[in-house]
Design a protein around this ligand. Structure first.
Ligand SMILES: Cc1cc2nc3c(=O)[nH]c(=O)nc-3n(C[C@H](O)[C@H](O)[C@H](O)COP(=O)(O)OP(=O)(O)OC[C@H]3O[C@@H](n4cnc5c(N)ncnc54)[C@H](O)[C@@H]3O)c2cc1C
Ligand code: SF4
Length: 463
């Protein structure tokens, strides 16, 4: 293996994995991880690290892997990240750390994500302890939502000795990691549950089935239940639709509902009762990670699947690896195509989707070329299910039940770069503030807010 070529990683065969929900990527062996890690130049000014949203000391953890000291590699990762086994699997590394790796100038960038995943998995499989909490300091913090933002904020505060309770609306903790991202990309029992267990070991209490704004309000948590500060990490779970005719037909799902039924309520398993009806021909509208996850899930449930996306492959916002895997498994792509109507049969079920072909025009405000309809280019596809994966926005419940909590015109909570909101003692971060984004950005926000909450409480109570 030369310095400029990546050690390939084992994956399930595409034909086999398209029929099961087991993880696609099988991970590096110890020997493979060492060979890959040895390619790293241990740069004095590591550009990879500068492009990591949580500033992980990438050369240091890779160096420990190269030396065969996997436990130390996992400890380095734990200094910066509460979820390395998750990030190693789902972060868009090709746009972050790996994009800046100097080896990428001449050949393959180091497989930083796969090495991160290797070290975190190794530590889990070998029961290595990577974090400890200080003695309790007598202050209570409530964390709303158990996604990556809430998990990170809670973990960091618990390590500092705070008495932390997470309140989660659903019956299981993990946020999008359990209800959104499918099992074949992120195993729930082994990986996600382990991270949640680590949090509990730090003393964090998790109360599920509690909807803040309904069961109890933020004001009540602070005024009656004695919480000194609150972190809102409630995500952006409200699906968007296109506003085209036919969106109310039977057989139209939001990707959120479709994926939640499958992931959290295990509709794909015959021994579970959750109903899910996926037809024989499915159109998934959108081009992000959510669209790829919905398409690949529908494929595994036995359907023939098309992604319908209005720009070209170059603009697809999904991770490159997910697009590659989707294609390998047999998902088909109708690019430069935009739906204009979902067509009904005589019983109110979907029987097709009418679309318009597009071409790319001048760049829009986002800098991407705007898709423009081509006149007279309408086409109709025979499908019996349509899944809308067009993005999500935050649920207005918490702002509407919390006095003085400002939101912007996108319904996102307004917070500064440390998570401070317009309401004293209330901090926020993750998708609830940014709108739908990424796991690592939500984690970064949770980390910033934990530091700001610590500072706020110490200053307020003169500690
Ligand atoms: C299908 C899918 C695939 C994705 N794939 C990727 C990927 O590959 N890579 C990547 O980086 N990102 C991906 N993302 C985006 C990423 O998962 C999110 O950006 C991230 O999870 C946001 O974290 P969060 O903690 O802010 O919110 P969430 O993970 O959404 O967690 C918020 C939690 O708050 C709870 N909650 C909401 N309201 C209340 C309330 N009133 N009371 C109590 N609890 C409440 C919710 O039930 C939820 O559990 C994906 C998203 C989806 C949906
Ligand atoms: S830029 Fe690449 S080679 Fe340099 S330290 Fe980072 S991973 Fe290693």
């Amino acid at each position: 293996m030369d310095r400029f070529t990546r050690v390939p990683i084992a994956e399930q065969d595409p034909k086999v994995r398209a029929t099961n929900f087991d993880e696609v990527c099988l991970g590096y062996t110890e020997e493979e991880a060492i060979v890959e890690a040895k390619r790293c130049l241990n740069c004095k000014k590591p550009l990879c690290r500068g492009n990591c949203p949580v500033n992980i000391d990438i050369p240091r953890f890779i160096h420990h892997i190269a030396e065969g000291d996997f436990a130390e590699a996992a400890r380095v990762l734990a200094e910066y990240s509460a979820l390395p086994a998750v990030c190693g699997r789902v972060c868009p590394q090709e746009e972050q750390c790996e994009m800046k790796c100097v080896l990428g100038n001449k050949g393959d960038a180091i497989s930083i994500g796969k090495l991160e995943r290797f070290a975190a998995d190794w530590a889990r499989e070998n029961n290595i302890e990577v974090g400890r909490a200080k003695e309790k300091n007598g202050f209570k913090v409530a964390v709303i939502g158990s996604g990556p933002a809430g998990i990170t904020c809670a973990g960091d505060l618990a390590k500092e000795g705070y008495d932390v309770t997470i309140f989660e609306a659903l019956h299981e903790a993990g946020g999008v990691l359990v209800y959104g991202i499918p099992e074949f990309r992120l195993p729930k029992e082994t990986v996600v549950k382990h991270e949640i267990e680590n949090l509990k070991k730090l003393g964090v209490k998790i109360e599920t089935n509690v909807i803040i704004g309904r069961t109890v309000t933020i004001d009540e948590l602070m005024d009656k239940e004695g919480f000194n500060a609150v972190f809102v990490g409630s995500g952006a779970g409200l699906p968007k639709f296109m506003g085209i005719p036919g969106e109310n037909l039977n057989g139209v799902f939001s990707a959120n509902e479709f994926l939640t039924r499958n992931n959290l309520m295990k509709a794909f398993r015959e021994d579970y009762d959750t109903p899910i009806k996926v037809g024989e021909k499915v159109a998934v509208i959108g081009g992000g990670n959510v669209a790829m996850d919905a398409a690949r899930t529908a494929l595994r449930l036995g359907a023939e699947v098309w992604i319908v996306y209005r720009r070209t492959e170059e603009e697809l916002p999904a991770r490159v690896e997910e697009v590659h895997h989707a294609k390998e498994e047999g998902v088909q792509f109708e690019l430069l195509t935009s739906p204009i109507e979902i067509v009904s049969d005589e019983n109110g079920w979907v029987k097709g989707i009418r679309c318009q072909r597009m071409e790319l025009g001048e760049p829009d405000a986002s800098g991407r070329r705007r898709p423009v309809p081509i006149e007279g280019s309408e086409v109709e596809f025979d499908v019996d299910t349509v899944i809308m994966a067009l993005g999500t926005s935050p649920n207005p419940l918490i702002p509407s039940t919390t006095d003085g909590l400002e939101i912007n015109n996108r319904k996102c909570i307004v917070a500064d770069e440390h998570g401070k909101t317009s309401r004293e003692g209330v901090f926020a971060g993750g998708d609830a503030v940014t709108g739908a984004a990424t796991v690592i950005l939500a984690m970064g926000a949770g980390k910033e807010a934990a530091a700001a909450i610590d500072k706020y409480i110490k200053e307020k109570y003169n500690k």
